[in-house]
Design a protein. Sequence first.
Length: 660
Amino acid sequence: MRVGGMKYLPLGAAKAVVLRRIIWLVGFIWLASSLQAAGQKLLPSKELTVLRDEMQQLLAANTKADSARVNHLNKLAFALRIENTVKAWQLSLQALRLAHHLHYEQGELSSYVNLSYSYRGRNQYDSALYCSKKSIDLADKLQNKRDELRILYNVVRIYIYKGDYSKAYAANAKGLELAGVLKDEKFKVLHTIQYGLIEKELGNYEQARKYFDRALALAQSDKDYVSQGQAYSGLGDLNRQQGRWTLAGYYYTKAAASYRYVYGADGLLDNQVNIAEMIDRQGDHQAAMVLARKLFRRATALNISGEIARTQLLLARTLLATGHPDSARFYGASGFVKTQHNGLRPEEHQAALLLAQANAKIKSWAEAYHYQLVASALADTLTGEATRRRIAGLEGEAAQKRQQIRVQLQQQRTYLQTQQQELTRLRYHQQQLALAGSAALLLALGGGVLWRYRHRERRRQEAMRTRIAADLHDEVGSMLTQISMQSTLLREGHYAPAQQQAYLEQMSEASRRAARQMSDAVWSIDARYDSAASLLDRLRDHAHEVLPPAGLELDFRADAALATTTVPLATRQALYYIYKEALHNIVKHAQAQQVWVSLRLRGRQLELEVRDDGRGIPSAGRPGGQGLPNMRMRTAAVGGAITFDATGPGTALLVRLPLR
């Protein structure tokens, strides 16, 4: 049934009208009382008030630039994120600068999280995504899963507002999974609400309603007023998008009732504008105009651009409906400029339509025609964007469903494998007598294979121990001998203080090199570092430790395919020690300015190239040097190949080692 051109639930015409009036009256009374209370500074919940006041007192009492001040700034910014977004943004920037100065990474993480929320609230989505990426990197580095969960929630909101529903769907799935791992019921509810918001934007209204209803039931059972408010707001947006103004106003009013436990009057502004817009949509333009004027003054005082534009358009709409086209044109023009500056395309389209209608009312036909053309162009743009976003969102949703299907198929395969194993076990019991002889034979063969395997493994371990012993003897042993001799000379006291200090510095440097060699030896046999990614990190770190202090520039490159490659232990050991020897030779003998390091995959071989722009290898070689022979020996030990090229400027070392 339709009443006043609008579609309502099948309650009968009379009942629908009565319900509409009752809901409108409740919303109007509540909104009026809220605006009246705004002059008396309606406070948020007791907990947030106490937190805000406590943080302000601590900041005033402690002006020392330390990590405690960073934490207080961040906590205060979080408490003010809804009530005073500008102040929260300023506090977050102050905390970030101080945390960066103190090298306090947890403080930087909290500051970036707060900034991402602030930028989202100000419709600066690119800045919000930048801060979110920085905070995710820090949370991953610090293994802070709780803050990562907060960041993912905000990232989903940003992608929804940007219309990137595919990315929003993927980020929300990740956030919901993490909330399950952390057993965080609040964020489970919030991510369920965000599924509803995504489905609403994709036009899947029934699915969106199910998500909102499920989240609302969970939030009510936990007395989570923030989640209740968000669920009610989602239901309000859903009905608004379907043109059900009465139900939308009802849910917005319920959302406001929930938010009053958490936010003050300033934090309720967006919700109050929603209610005023629904009053206007239901035909009471005069009441909506009165409320719009009050809300416009509030939005202007708070300097919230999006709400200023919305209230200006609401004033323009109500003034036009009540016969004031000149005033409507004034507010419509102001709102049009505001929406353009803030990138609010749907509101810009509404403003253009209002200006076309207002100019037509006062017979300014040229202006009316101009804004009608603008509105038509914006409508085409919005339609194209909505179609593109919906297609992308549906593709993302389909990808997620395909993933779910793959998981289900894998579960079914696992189940079938279990059944097959059980069937095999039963057959085995039936045939065990007939297979007893075969089992004995297989056992003997298996014993022989096991013996050969253990024998080969023992030989491999002995060879590995020999290599490690030789490395430690050559490198660490000589350094320890040097430290021992120098300490003996120092103990005898035959040297002047300046020479003693020089010997002490030499002993310190030798001990550091010995510790490094021990670390290299342990790393080279640790199976946890068999990945090429770990090897690349080790090679890159060593190059940065050796080359820049010696005044050499480094160009380090590696194939992207190496990130998923596993490197055998022997190959990893040989490559690393050859690489170290090559850099050592460059620093000591090459007189170079630039070093190029490159790692590539060549089929089932790992290729390392080290080049410099130095003086090259002398044709006669260096007498007594063991660096190049050691490289060749290590290469041959793993079945690889090594070449040296000194024909061009500098020297090029090329090593190919097997990955089998």
